[in-house]
Design a protein around this ligand. Structure first.
Ligand code: ADP
Ligand code: ADP
Ligand code: ZN
Length: 215
């Protein structure tokens, strides 16, 4: 099963993708996580991506596409995957469609996690990310067992640089201009499913699981 998560930054794509991956035994692939991993390790890719990420801009398609195609070519992706944060532009979606066509495959579901901008700004201020493993928490809605400490690996939790309010506004603008058109793109392909992302994260997941088990 090949799944694409759509939605604004902070809509809960990563949270839901993680639960989908755990339940269905497929890898959760987040381009943002891959970029952050490269930044942490000081790679050339990380240095290049950071310039854009800090500004709330998208990393250029060419770089992003190359990275994603390398990742989905790995062995663990044979039975499918859940993409979180890719595609984010129409050209990225077209590359993915073409690549899958070569393998006689397609995106089975594009899950649009729908959350209005007002809620997004509130959520991002409370998001905390693990500096080591990238796990995501929220100070109120998804709190770790011990404040400031990752449940999974015990490392420190921080507010991401790009989750500061000014950058969040820029990212929302970029989302509306460049990423939102993907909703129509996948609707035309007949694979779009929209869920109300404003509810409790377990309720949102129940809706998604029902969609994935539909056929
Ligand atoms: P969020 O989960 O809040 O939407 P991500 O972790 O997905 O954030 O992405 C963080 C940043 O990484 C983005 O603002 C963008 O700069 C960059 N990025 C991630 N995925 C892509 C992509 N597919 N295309 C271009 N830039 C990307
Ligand atoms: P995205 O990957 O779309 O950027 P995340 O999954 O990182 O979004 O979620 C953004 C923030 O909101 C995180 O702090 C997360 O813990 C929290 N969150 C996720 N889903 C919900 C929900 N349904 N209700 C409230 N907070 C949520
Ligand atoms: Zn961790």
């Amino acid at each position: 099963m090949k799944i694409v998560m759509l939605g604004a930054p902070g809509a809960g794509k990563g949270t839901q993708a993680e639960m989908i991956a755990a339940k269905y035994g497929i890898p959760h692939i987040s381009t943002g996580d891959i970029f952050r991993y490269n930044i942490k390790n000081g790679t050339d890719l990380g240095k290049e991506a950071k310039k854009y990420m800090d500004e709330g801009k998208l990393v250029p398609d060419e770089l992003t596409v190359r990275l994603l195609l390398d990742r989905v070519a790995k062995d663990d992706c044979k039975d499918g995957y859940v993409l979180d944060g890719f595609p984010r532009t129409i050209p990225q979606a077209e590359v993915l469609t073409k690549e899958l066509e070569k393998q006689d495959a397609k995106v089975d579901f594009a899950i649009n996690v729908d959350v209005p901008d007002e809620d997004i700004v509130r959520r991002m201020g409370g998001r905390r990310a693990c500096v080591n493993c990238g796990a995501t928490y929220h100070v109120v809605y998804a709190a770790p067992k011990v404040e400031g400490v990752c449940d999974k690996c015990g490392s420190k939790l921080v507010l991401r640089d790009d989750d500061k309010p000014e950058t969040v506004q820029k990212r929302l603008k970029v989302y509306h201009e460049q990423t939102q058109p993907l909703i129509e793109y996948y609707e035309k392909k007949g694979v779009l499913r929209t869920v109300d992302g404003t509810r409790d994260l377990h309720e949102v997941f129940a809706d998604i699981a029902a969609i994935l088990e539909q056929n």
